[in-house]
Design a protein around this ligand. Structure first.
Ligand code: FE2
Length: 182
């Protein structure tokens, strides 16, 4: 018998997973699966694989249009995701999800050339998410125990927009989800 939160997540992907991932070439489900597949291929823990799969769960919990950021709306999906996940999952899942948008702002400040690698929708949303971090924000970000996990997640997130990447099905990640429940 699956944990109720696992059943809920499967249900959310069934209901909302086929909507497009804001201006990208993949659906929400494909995006999550690609991100989790990259995490697994890089030897990530069950918790970080789960965080990768669910980092955009906040997009599945509201009815704003898929391209809300085009209209200058920050849907704050990382905070909605954090609230949803915190009730059931370990901190090692919740924190990287909470930080994955900040991680983009951080990498723009810290890694030369990173900004250029971002997709157009991701560059657009950067501005309404606060733009490139300043030095104080960088220092604050590095205080979080899970900031390195958030950076790894962010890099997989950026790559997980490939219309041609074939991944395992959601079923294959159920055991990681169950292992990440607190
Ligand atoms: Fe994402």
């Amino acid at each position: 018998m699956l944990h109720p939160i696992t059943q809920k997540i499967v249900h959310l992907f069934e209901i909302h997973g086929n909507s497009m991932y804001g201006g990208e070439a993949v659906t929400q489900l494909e995006h999550g699966l690609q991100c989790a597949t990259l995490a697994r291929a890089n030897g990530a823990s069950d918790e970080l694989i789960t965080a990768s799969l669910l980092h955009d769960v906040g997009h599945l919990l509201h009815d704003l249009p898929d391209n809300a950021s085009d209209s200058g709306i920050d849907d704050l999906h990382e905070l909605r995701g954090e609230r949803f996940l915190a009730e059931y999952f370990k901190k090692s899942v919740v924190e990287p999800v909470k930080l994955h948008v900040q991680a983009k702002r951080y990498l723009c400040a810290k890694e030369p050339g990173y900004y250029e690698t971002l997709s157009t929708p991701s560059k657009t949303s950067l501005e309404i998410q606060g733009g490139i971090m300043n030095l104080e924000e960088v220092a604050e970000f590095e205080k979080n125990e899970y900031y390195r996990d958030a950076i790894d997640l962010r890099k997989w997130d950026d790559m997980a927009k490939d219309a041609n990447l074939v991944t395992p099905l959601l079923d294959s990640f159920i055991s990681s989800i169950e292992a990440s429940v607190k």
